[in-house]
Design a protein around this ligand. Sequence first.
Ligand code: HEM
Ligand code: FES
Length: 355
Amino acid sequence: MSVQYTPVIWNRNKIFYDAVLLIAVALYLYIFIRVGPMFEDVTKPIDGAILRMRAFGSCAFLMLTVILCIGPLARLDRRFLPLLYNRRHFGVMTAGIAAVHANYVLTWYFNFSPTDRYVALLSSNTNYGQLLGFPFEALGIAALIVLFVLAATSHDFWLSFLGAPIWKALHMSIYAAYAFVVLHVALGALQGPADPIFTSVVAASVVLVCGLHFATGRMEARRERGEQTAKASLQEAGWVVAGELEEIDDDCAKVVTLTEDERVAIFKYDGKLSAITNACAHQNGPLGEGKVLWGCITCPWHGYQYNLADGRAPEPFTEKISTYRLKLIGSTVLLDPNPQPPGTYVEPVEIGEAA
Ligand code: HEM
Ligand code: FES
C-alpha cells in the first residue's frame, strides 16, 4: 500500500522553537542537578544518580503538563497557536527525557540485583492489591509505553497512513499517560519522605491542566449556544443553511439550488466567501464550474468574467449578475436567498478562525 503525504518542511520558526526548548530543558536539568544542591542544608546529600533520576523524571512530568496546557490555551487565546503547531517535537523530547529517567532507575535501583534488572523491575514488588506500597513503577512503565507509541507515530506519515480520526483518537491517549504519571508520582511519594515542594508542583499541575480544560469546555459550550441562537434567528429571518465551510475547496464553489431555475454559487477564495448567481449573463453558463483568478470568476463556456464581490464584469465590459449575502456562523455558511440587484457590491465574508 502506498501513502501520499506532504512532509512538513523545516523552517526558521521550527528551528528557533526547538532551540528554545532544548535550552530550557538543559537549563532546568542544570539547575536541578548542579545549582539546587548548593542551597540544600543537609549533612548527607542525596546520591548523584538519584538526583539525576529525579531531575529527568520531574522534567518529563513538567513537559507533559505544558503539552496538555497548550491545546486549551490555544483555544482560549490565538496567540498560543504557534505552540500548538510545534507541539509534536515537544512530545518526542518528553518521551526521550522520560526514558533517561527510567534508565537511571534501572541502572541505579536494580543494577545490583542478582536478578536481571528488567525482571527485577517487574517482579520485586507485586502488591497490586494495596494502595500503600503499590508498585508505582508499573504506572511509570505504562506512561512510558504510551509516550513512545505517540512519539513513534507523531510523524506526518502516520497521520496520512492512519487517517486524521484514528490518529487523533490514538494521540488522545496522552491524557492516559498523564494520569499514569500523576499516579506514579503520587503513589511513589506515599512510599517515602515526600518533597513538599515537588508535591505542591504536582498538585498545582493537576489543578492547572483540569482547570484549563474546564474553562475551555465552558467557553466552547457558550460559543456553541451563541452560534445556535444566531443561526436560529437568521433562519427565522428567511436565511437558508448553505452547508459547511469544509465542503468548499479553495478557489472552488458550492452550488446551492434555491428553486428549479435559481442556483447560487458560493465561492471560497483568498480566505473569503462570496456568492453570485450560478447563471452567466451571456448564455446561462454554470459559473460555479468556472475558474477563480484575482477575485474574478471566468465562465467555463465562453470566458466572460465577473468580479465575485460585486458581480460586475471587469472594465471595459458592462455585464452584471446578481450577488447574494452570506454569513458564516461557526463553520456553517448561511445564505440570504433574496438576490441583490445585478452588480451590487456585497462585502465578502472573511473566513478567519473557522478556516
Ligand atoms: C519504565 C518507566 C519508569 C520507571 C521504572 C520509573 C521509576 C521511578 C521510581 C523508582 C521513582 C522513585 C524514585 C525516588 O524518588 O526514589 C520515580 C519517580 C518519579 N518518576 Fe518515574 N519511572 C518511570 C517512568 C516515568 C515517566 C514516564 C515519568 C514522567 C513522564 C516519570 C516521572 C517521575 C517523577 C516526576 C518522579 C518523582 C521524582 C521526585 O520524587 O522528585 N517516571 N520513578
Ligand atoms: S455562457 Fe458564460 S460566457 Fe457564455
